[in-house]
Structure formats: structure tokens, C-alpha cells
Design a binder for this molecule. Structure first.
Ligand code: C2O
Length: 572
């Protein structure tokens, strides 16, 4: 008679404990549900017993080695007499160990830590924190129960749904707006709380993880982390379909041995880290996005993306989603389980920016803080949540493993201390207003005349910034891609990278009746100054180049045209 909650009542384990004759081994009962339980009890005995596959439910070489060691070191069976299978003494002793572990449940930490998925993967590609997430997603994908327990018909639709059911609870994600970061933060907090409930009750997760689980994050901005974490690329987990796998993703991103690598320009902190303001009136660049009302992108009105929302947020969406993947589409994105780790990272970068002395400053505008968003209540109905409840000084429910400044942030530009007046809007000093057509796979050049740049600079108007604004994207059939913007003036052999134009959201913005909403603004003051310093640039015009970023793996996908309404240079 077994006593631990985990092992007792399992018919196979009870039978073995009673003396058999059946066993568990690499050839007998090797994928019976009892295997995962034995593996968990082995992990209670030695947390490092199964370093590669964890409790994956399959009795393979790693489990056999662990059982062998258990018999030798714990049951003190002489080496020559050990058989690598699970018999009565092994089950009974593991049951005792497990029942002690169950009686010593550690208290829930007040602030669980959101861990780096790649650091976890380096320990064990199927680290218990990751497999616990897989099982929670598996439960949600069953799509049964009250709203917050539904993967497809709740979590995914809250982000985007066409046609909009008009219930005020779906099709809600905020983009190209100062609400981008707080809305996704609330969305993630709620999702994490649901997963925490499932994980806490999950018998197949080690006890310490059940108590302290928080959503991990994917920090793609390092050379050892710029591919999809391996567990997301595995089609099977423990002999069953892996809930974290999604085969519609971009070509090769799921490849186990030779996965697609995200490029440094797609993940860099260079653009967002240097921004001094959380928000600014469109089209000025800012960290978090322009001042707007509710903004899902299918409202009319052109506004620019916040710097963090462009790169790495939008670039990573399209790099992972490609032409056909969920991550490229508002209505599907949250249905790919990597979405939540991507957004946990974006949320982390917000914290990094805030914690960086001299740079980040929380937004204090009352229209921002008092704005409420509706989410389905746990017991039904709607619950309104104000932005002020998820930003400082309101406490956060978790902390992050790493809040250090990303290496790619580079040296701090001289913008530090620059005071930008919200009342002086920068003036257009040059523009190309006939539409520019960008085709995926093809580079496109354009020259913008700016005869008055020198006059403006000398007169010392405004704060002296030079901005490049790329506005009003339209497309019949938007390719899912990112175009890089480069300055091709000057003597450098290489063009100077300015920023990215990720097209995540273009399809949604095309649903607006009025002006099309996708626009990006880049601060090019530093580049212009260094070009002037060379003495070899004629400041009367600026040569620009637009080129697709990353690999186009297959010409049959992702090829399409985008029309850009205007490219302009602003000063002030
Ligand atoms: Cu609302 Cu990354 O998406």
C-alpha cells in the first residue's frame, strides 16, 4: 500500500509494490503514466537525477542510469546484482522519499522570479519550469471550462479576433500607442496567474517548482540565445505531441539542429534604450509609444510605434511567424506559446529601461494612469483594470532574473539630459510624397531633398533633433517581414543602419476606414552630426535605402509589396 499522494493509487505502481511480477523498464511499460511519477520521485531524491529529459514520461537511457544509481546508492544493491528496472523495493523507497517531500511543501515565495528560458535550457532543455509551462498550455489548449481556462476561444481572441464580436473583451490588444506596454502587462499577469493555478495543482511538476513557478522569458538578444529555445522546437514531449510546438512558424525556426538565427539588428537594444521619454505626441519617437486613446490599430489615424514596440517586439514577431505563422497575425499571435515568453521579455526590457539611471522615467500623465481595460472576470462578467495598478509604485507580482543593460545598447548617445518640449512640434524640412513601393527580397533607394537643414540648424530652433519619419503603409496582401532603413549618404563603405520597419500589425491597420496607421519615426540626429563632421556630405539631401532584413527562405512565401505613403525629414 503506497502512501504518497503522487504514487498511491496508481494501478501499475501498486501492483509492483505488492511484489509484481510486472516491472517498469526500457522494454516493459516504458511509457505507462507511472513512468513520469517514478521520474518525479527520482527528482525528489536527487534534483539532478535527470539532467536532459527531466520527467518526460518515457523510460529511456537517462532514466535507466538514474534508477541504476538509485539502487546502488540508496538501496545499497551491490553493483554486480543491479538490474536497470523498477521493482518493489525501488517503488517502496521512492514512495517514502516522495511522501517526506510532500509533507515539506515550501511556502510560496512572495515574488516568484521570471527566469531566462535559455539559462534554464542550458541546465536542461526540458527543465521542470519549461515542462510545467508545456503542461499548463496543454490543459488550456483543451479549451474547456470557464473563459480564463480557454486557450483558443479566450486567450488568443483577447488579443485579436476578426470580426470583432464587440463584447469589449476580445480584440483588445493595444498597439502603436502608449498603452502597448501596460495593456500587454495586464494581459500577461492574468495569463500567468491562470498558469500558476494549473502548475500549483500539477502532480507531475516537482514540488518546489509548483510553488514558485512564474512565466519564463525569451531574451533573444545574445549570441547564445538568438534561436528559439529548444523545447519549443520539439514536436514531441514524453512521447506525446508537445503543446509548445507550432509547425506553422517561419522556415527553419523549428529546426532542431540548425535553427534560424535572429539577427543582431532584429533584437538590438540600440533604438529603445536611448529614448528619454516614455511617450510623446505622434510622430515624435518615444520609448513606449504615442499618446492615444484605445488603439487596436483598426481605428483610423496614423501614429508611430514606440521604439521598443518596433524593435525587438515587431521584428521578433515576424521573424518567428514568417509568412504563415501565428506570430505574424494579431488574431493568432497569442495562440503560439512562444508569444507569452516574447512578451515577458518585452515587459522585462521596460523594467530595464526604467531602472537605468538617467534614462527611463515612468509616465505620470493621469490619462495614462487612469485608463482602464476590461478583462473577463474569473467568476464571469468583466473586470476593469487600471494602468496605475500595474506600474510603479504599485507592487509587481514577480521579479526578473536579469535586469542588466543589454550589451547591444551600446554607448549612451549624447541625448542624455536633452529636454524635449512637448509643445514644439518638429517641422517637416523635406519629404518624398509620391508612394514608395517596397518589395520583399528587394532593396529600394530614395533621395530626400532637405535644402533647409542648415538654415534650421543655425537658427537653433526647437531641441535640434533631426527625425526620419516613414509613414502610411498600405498593402493588399502584406508580406510578413521587416525592412531595415539605412542612410546611404557619406563616405562609409557600408550604409548606416537607422532602424527597422517590422510589418506586424499592417493587416490590422488596413481594416481602418480612414488613414492607415503603420508609421515609424527614428531619431537620426547623431548620424547627421557624424556625417556633417566628415565634411564629405552635402546636407542638401539625404540618400536612404530600404532593404529586407533576414533571410527569405523560400520565394513562394512572404513575397509581396508594401506602399509607403511618405518619407520625411523633420527638424525641431
Ligand atoms: Cu499585441 Cu506582441 O502583441
Amino acid at each position: 500500500m503506497l502512501v504518497s499522494n503522487l504514487l498511491s493509487g496508481d494501478p501499475l505502481l501498486e501492483a509492483i509494490a505488492d511484489g509484481g511480477p510486472t516491472r517498469i523498464s526500457a522494454t516493459i511499460n516504458q511509457t505507462d503514466p507511472a513512468v513520469a511519477k517514478i521520474q518525479l520521485a527520482l527528482l525528489d531524491w536527487d534534483p539532478n537525477a535527470l539532467p536532459r529529459f527531466g520527467s518526460d514520461g518515457a523510460y529511456g537511457g537517462e532514466t535507466s542510469v538514474a534508477v541504476h544509481r538509485f539502487k546502488r546508492d540508496e538501496l545499497l544493491v551491490p553493483e554486480g546484482q543491479i538490474i536497470d528496472d523498477v521493482g518493489p523495493r525501488t517503488v517502496r523507497r521512492l514512495d517514502e522519499i516522495r511522501s517526506v517531500a510532500e509533507s515539506q511543501i515550501p511556502p510560496r515565495p512572495p515574488h516568484p522570479i521570471r527566469r531566462d528560458a535559455w539559462n534554464l535550457s542550458a541546465i536542461n532543455v526540458c527543465h521542470p519550469i519549461l515542462t510545467a509551462y508545456a503542461r499548463a498550455v496543454g490543459v488550456l489548449k483543451l479549451n474547456g471550462g470557464p473563459d480564463p481556462r480557454l486557450w483558443w476561444s479566450h486567450h488568443t481572441q483577447v488579443h485579436g479576433m476578426t470580426p470583432d464580436p464587440g463584447d469589449g473583451l476580445r480584440n483588445q490588444c493595444q498597439h502603436f500607442s502608449w498603452f502597448f506596454l501596460p495593456w500587454h502587462r495586464i494581459y500577461l499577469d492574468r495569463f500567468q496567474a491562470i498558469c500558476q493555478e494549473i502548475v500549483a495543482a500539477d502532480e507531475l511538476t516537482p514540488i518546489n517548482v509548483r510553488q514558485s513557478w512564474a512565466l519564463p522569458y525569451w531574451d533573444y538578444d545574445r549570441s547564445d540565445s538568438n534561436t528559439l529555445p529548444p523545447i519549443f522546437r520539439m514536436s514531441q514531449l514524453g512521447g506525446k505531441p508537445n503543446p509548445l510546438f507550432d509547425e506553422e512558424r517561419a522556415p527553419r525556426i523549428n529546426n532542431l539542429d540548425n535553427p534560424k538565427v535572429l539577427l543582431a539588428t532584429e533584437t538590438t537594444a540600440r533604438g529603445w534604450f536611448a529614448r528619454t521619454q516614455f511617450s510623446a505626441p505622434s510622430p515624435q519617437p518615444s520609448f513606449g509609444g504615442p499618446v492615444t486613446g484605445f488603439h487596436h490599430l483598426n481605428e483610423s489615424g496614423a501614429v508611430v510605434a514606440g521604439s521598443l514596440e518596433g524593435t525587438p517586439h515587431g521584428t521578433v514577431h515576424v521573424a518567428v511567424g514568417g509568412a504563415t505563422g501565428k506570430m505574424s497575425d494579431f488574431d493568432q499571435a497569442a495562440g503560439d506559446p512562444i508569444f507569452w515568453l516574447h512578451h515577458a521579455n518585452i515587459d522585462r526590457l521596460w523594467e530595464v529601461w526604467l531602472a537605468s539611471a538617467g534614462l527611463g522615467a515612468g509616465e505620470t500623465n493621469r490619462d495614462f494612469l487612469n485608463r482602464e481595460f476590461a478583462f473577463a472576470g474569473v467568476g464571469g462578467g468583466a473586470q476593469n483594470i487600471a494602468v496605475s495598478t500595474v506600474v510603479d509604485p504599485s507592487p509587481r507580482p514577480h521579479t526578473y532574473e536579469d535586469l542588466s543593460i543589454p550589451a547591444s545598447a551600446g554607448v549612451l548617445p549624447r541625448q542624455e539630459g536633452l529636454v524635449v518640449s512637448e509643445h514644439v512640434s518638429p517641422q517637416r524640412i523635406g519629404a518624398v510624397d509620391q508612394p514608395l513601393v517596397l518589395t520583399n527580397g528587394v532593396a529600394q533607394a530614395v533621395e530626400v531633398a532637405i535644402p533647409d537643414l542648415e538654415v534650421a540648424r543655425v537658427s537653433g530652433q526647437g531641441s535640434g533633433r533631426v527625425l526620419l519619419s516613414v509613414e502610411h503603409f498600405t498593402a493588399e496582401n502584406p508580406p510578413s517581414t521587416t525592412f531595415g532603413v539605412y542612410i546611404a549618404s557619406g563616405p562609409e563603405p557600408e550604409d548606416i543602419w537607422v532602424g527597422n520597419l517590422p510589418l506586424f500589425g499592417l493587416a490590422e491597420s488596413m481594416r481602418a476606414d480612414g488613414e492607415h496607421g503603420l508609421s515609424f519615426t527614428f531619431d537620426i540626429t547623431d548620424t547627421v552630426q557624424s556625417l556633417l563632421a566628415t565634411g564629405e556630405w552635402d546636407p542638401a539631401s539625404l540618400a536612404l535605402r530600404f532593404a529586407p532584413v533576414g533571410e527569405i527562405e523560400d520565394d513562394s512565401v512572404g513575397v509581396g509589396e508594401v506602399e509607403v505613403g511618405s518619407v520625411s525629414i523633420l527638424f525641431g
